[in-house]
Every structure is written in C-alpha cells, then in structure tokens.
Design a protein. Structure first.
Length: 214
C-alpha cells in the first residue's frame, strides 16, 4: 500500500502564451509545488507526464488539413484537431519554469507516435499501447494516486479514468487543475465524470491535511 503524486502535462504550451494555452494554466504551478513539498516530507514519489509529440503528429490541425478545434477521425478514433503543441525538445514542450523540477522523481512521455493521440498518461486513446507508467507504479507497490494538472477535460480526465479502471484509488486536486473548455462546462463535467467513476475530489489544502494526519 503506497501512494504517488501524478502531475499531468505542466508544460509551457498549456500555459498562457503557449500554443494550446489553457486559461489560468500557470495558476496550478504553485499548487503543484506545494503538493510536491508535502510529498517530499512524506516520502511520496512524484511522477510528471509530458505530452511529447513528433512534429508530424496526426492530431495537429495543420497535418490533418482541418481547422483547429474542429473534430474528425484519426486512425479510426474520434479526434479533436489541435494547434501544433508540445513538439519534442521545443521550449513549448518543457515543463513550466516555475515548477520545482527537482521534486520530480520520474517523467513519463506520451503522444510520441504520430498516428494516434494519447490523452491518458497510461494508454494511447485506442488503449492499444501502454506507457511505462503502470509498470513504474506497480514496481513501487503504488495503489493510491493523487492527480492534478492540465487539462482537466482531456489529459487529467482520461488519466484518472484509466487509473480507476486499472484499480488505483484516485484523488484529484481540483484547484490544481484547469481545463481547455471548448464548451464552457467541459471541465466541470469532467470532474463530475471522474467523481462518478470513483475518484475523490479534494483541494490541495485537504491533500496537505490528509498527509499530515497519516
Ligand atoms: C492535451 C489536448 C492535446 C492535454 C494534450 O494535456 O490535456 N490536450 N494534447
Ligand atoms: Zn497533445
């Protein structure tokens, strides 16, 4: 029985000024640093996922020949066409400069294969291949994850739903998440979906208090 903190895609391109900026995306950096500090005191490992696309990635609107924000099909799966973002080794793909990089124990990269998108940090969108995340966590007997990051309505949501399916107990730090909100209610709906499937929603204050008690 052990825990881990999972920080989702805290990268420049998802923050204001980035290619796929999430409104207030940078506000969650201080929340992540606080959660990491709590984890350091409690010797809980911290994993950071990174959206890490090749320049020819099939989810990019320019590569698909469609307008960004519209929807289509990629490799047989529903796909939203995105602006070019998180291209491997570019500044936009780097973790936010104010994030405490030294507090991260493990980085997990996703979205590397051009033909399929990967919102979840565990699987691609077709559940065809896994990242190394589940193996890494199991090797450390982790069965309880606390998740936060960007974006609530895509990568956080699908990571949390996969984690629940894989049998992890999951907490979501709600003030550590922000969403794209292509439709205004998407992030609220995503949190409701995660809660309905079994995730516990909490604030970072509640997370800190729960660790102080244990
Ligand atoms: C994400 C859209 C495209 C995310 C990644 O991190 O939520 N969203 N790629
Ligand atoms: Zn992406």
């Amino acid at each position: 029985m052990s825990r881990a903190l999972l920080l989702i895609d805290l990268q420049n391109d998802f923050c204001p000024g980035g290619a796929l900026a999430v409104p207030e995306g940078d506000r969650v950096i201080a929340v992540a640093n606080r959660a990491m500090e709590c984890c350091r005191e409690a010797t809980i490992p911290v994993v950071a996922s990174l959206d890490w696309h090749p320049r020819n990635h099939g989810s990019f609107a320019v590569n698909a020949g469609h307008e960004a924000g519209s929807a289509g099909i990629l490799d047989g799966l529903p796909q939203i066409w995105w602006p070019v973002h998180c291209v491997q080794h570019t500044p936009g793909a780097q973790l936010h400069p104010r994030l405490n990089h030294g507090g991260i124990d493990k980085r997990v990269y996703k979205g590397l294969r051009a033909e399929i998108d990967s919102y979840s940090a565990f699987f691609d969108n077709g559940h065809r291949r896994q990242t190394e995340l589940d193996d890494w966590l199991r090797a450390r007997d982790v069965d309880h994850l606390t998740v936060m990051g960007l974006a609530t309505d895509y990568c956080v949501k699908f990571t949390v739903l996969d984690a629940l399916s894989l049998g992890y107990a999951v907490d979501v730090i709600t003030d550590g998440c922000r969403g794209v909100n292509l439709a205004p209610a998407d992030s609220d709906q995503a949190l409701e979906d995660m809660h309905h499937r079994g995730a516990t929603l909490m604030t970072v204050d509640e997370f800190a208090a729960s660790l102080a008690r244990s």
